[in-house]
Design a protein around this ligand. Sequence first.
Ligand code: ATP
Ligand code: MG
Length: 226
Amino acid sequence: MQLSSVFKHYSTGAGRLTVLRDVSLTIAAGEFVSVIGPSGSGKSTLMHILGCLDVPSEGTYRFQDLNVGTLDASALARIRNREIGFVFQNFYLLPRMSALRNVELPMVYRGVPRAERRRRAEALLERVGLADRIHHLPNELSGGQRQRVAIARALANDPAVILADEPTGALDTQTGREIMALFRALNEQGVTVVVITHDPDVARTARRMIRLVDGRIVSDGRVEES
Ligand SMILES: Nc1ncnc2c1ncn2[C@@H]1O[C@H](COP(=O)(O)OP(=O)(O)OP(=O)(O)O)[C@@H](O)[C@H]1O
Ligand SMILES: [Mg+2]
């Protein structure tokens, strides 16, 4: 993933608002990166661009050698579905579906045969530590367990990258730590992980920390092991 001199502007009633300013950034396969910064600093905007949910106003974004700015909507959708797994603060699980069905869903959209889908969803739920909760509905799970289901779902199509926007924001400190430990384990298994957070303790779980202020990168460096 490579951003070169990216700007993002929004036009609002009050005029043009610039929320990313000259952002240049390369994230290599296999990295574990956190993006930290105050509210309104542009973190989610950056994640939307990295995740091909939005495109830069200026500058270029390359994802696996594709210039994202030149792709049409269906090509962007294909990248999102095949290459990127998204995790959000509020989980976004479907409330009437079991953990297993929630994890199967991206594979349904992709046309994976039922038996294979089920086998893979079970394996993913086991991988996130939920082998004994696969038939539970979301409201029968704790917050941390719901986030684990969402992470298993994000892994369903075997993405190269996981993008997580405030994945611990709705969780208590200890549960948040457990979720970050899970991301670290997934990263050690080869998944590129980008976690957005406003919490410095969460950010330090990653190997590299990028700090945004007012839409600019103000620091970018290795996290010292503690
Ligand atoms: N669609 C939009 N139209 C206009 N302004 C927007 C739009 N989306 C975001 N913004 C503005 O861009 C700025 C950055 O927003 P963004 O969501 O990226 O911040 P953030 O760092 O994720 O903040 P938070 O920590 O509160 O989630 C904010 O000032 C916001 O009001
Ligand atoms: Mg945000």
